[in-house]
Ligand binder design. Structure first.
Ligand code: CU
Ligand code: ZN
Length: 172
């Protein structure tokens, strides 16, 4: 009897975990790995939030201040300077800018890093989709954190310097 109780408990925990993963199938994200000799790492998570998709980016090891953040077109972070990720993701042929003005679909504005080297960026967009293969699908693109601030004006890349961290967005 003593061994049957933990086994039964394990079974119901497994069922609960399976039910939870079924609910959370509209999620995507990536770890962010250092590039260009930086110490910047982090995570990016996309989740469906009503009729919007909400992105949360958490960064550590960055210099204090504003750092440009974008989704880049090519899901390839293999280059030492992340140049393999290509230009900003721009399926609707827009001009670079702030998320509340005309902008590339991959323009995320800036992430603010505090004195401890950490920062969080939260952004929701109705235009993004998760895993549907449409030209608005964030899956398969690259998320990039830059060395300096995005000026939110200079086309096509906001003049935000080296690519300090990069991750390829996958379905989770
Ligand atoms: Cu970028
Ligand atoms: Zn852009």
């Amino acid at each position: 009897m003593k061994t049957q109780l933990p086994l039964g408990l394990r079974g119901s925990l497994l069922a609960a975990a399976l039910a939870l993963s079924a609910c959370a199938d509209r999620q995507a994200g990536t770890p962010l790995e250092s590039r260009s000799g930086s110490t910047v790492t982090g995570t990016a998570t996309f989740s469906e939030d009503g009729d919007q998709v909400t992105l949360t980016v958490d960064v550590t090891g960055a210099s204090p201040g504003a750092h440009g953040a974008h989704i880049h077109e090519v899901g390839d972070c293999s280059a030492a300077d992340a140049s393999s990720a290509g230009p900003h993701w721009n399926p609707f042929t827009k001009v670079h800018g702030a998320p509340d003005a005309e902008h590339h679909l991959g323009d995320l504005g800036n992430i603010q890093i505090s004195q401890d080297g950490k920062g969080t960026l939260k952004l929701s967009k109705a235009e993004w989709t998760l895993g549907d293969g449409a030209n608005t699908d964030v899956v398969g693109k690259a998320l990039v954190i830059h060395a300096t601030a995005d000026d939110l004006m200079t086309d096509p890349a906001g003049n935000s310097g080296a690519r300090q961290a990069c991750g390829v967005i996958t379905k989770q």
